[in-house]
Design a protein. Structure first.
Length: 247
């Protein structure tokens, strides 16, 4: 297919982007401006490498023997900004019996994203904060579309993994983690919640791009802080796991 998309990067044997070994495709473009983003170079909608669906699926198929218990994960940036390309790519992958996942912050209105959400096998949904004001502070973007996305996924019974970044001074707070647990346990579609500790691995990109990085003096999350957060969230009716990175 000649439908084109702008690609930021890819990882051919990813282990942190869904079940099993994954071909992780990172799309270019994102409207959120997360204070802790480790890929600010993915924000621009006009950058990246232009590829067709056929070009991408051809490369994915060359790794198919490694993906039997995994599949294709389309991430970003915000992949749903390029919903036409992502939709066609998912359809082609499923035609070849490749499991598909989308890693999204749900920041795109449902009238744009719905066809992708309907078609994909599972969704990795990044919940930045369940507090609307803090979400805006963290991302410079409303949480309305994210919450609409989660509610829609619940209504169609889609398989969902939640990702949540623990950021000192923001979401790394006992009361806020309790609030997260109370909020998420309402949803039967959620299989697991990955807690991702804040890190500084992408700080150099902000400097290279000439963007002020407000969290440059923020300490990384300690193991004891992470374990405490896991213990709190474990008090609620959610399956919680510890992921290895955040961005």
């Amino acid at each position: 297919m000649k439908t084109e998309g702008r690609i930021h990067s890819l990882e051919t044997l990813a282990t942190l982007d869904g079940p099993g070994l994954r071909y992780a495709l990172f799309m270019q473009g994102c409207k959120m401006r997360c204070r802790y983003c480790h890929n600010p170079d993915s924000w621009s909608v006009n950058s990246g490498t232009v590829k067709t669906v056929d070009e991408v699926i051809g490369d994915v198929l060359s790794y198919s023997s490694f993906l039997r218990n995994g599949g294709l994960t389309i991430s970003g940036g915000e992949p749903l900004l390029q919903s036409d390309f992502v939709y066609e790519l998912i359809r082609e992958a499923k035609h070849h019996r490749i499991h598909t996942a989308v890693d999204t912050a749900g920041s795109v209105p449902l009238e744009i994203s719905k066809k992708v959400l309907d078609e994909v096998d599972m969704v990795l949904l990044d919940i930045k904060s369940v507090d609307r004001e803090e979400h805006l502070r963290l991302t410079c973007h409303s949480s309305d579309n994210t919450l609409d996305t989660l509610n829609y996924l619940e209504s169609i019974g889609k398989r969902v993994w939640i990702r949540h970044v623990l950021v000192p001074g923001y979401t790394l707070d006992e009361k806020k983690i309790h609030a997260l647990g109370r909020f998420l346990e309402q949803y039967s579609c959620i299989e697991t919640v990955d807690l991702l500790p804040f890190h500084q691995l992408g700080a150099f990109k902000w400097k290279e791009l000439g963007i002020r990085y407000e969290l440059k003096d923020t300490k990384e999350v300690s193991m004891s802080e992470l374990n405490s957060a896991l213990e709190i969230l474990g008090q609620y009716n959610v399956n919680v796991t510890r992921a290895k990175s955040a961005g």
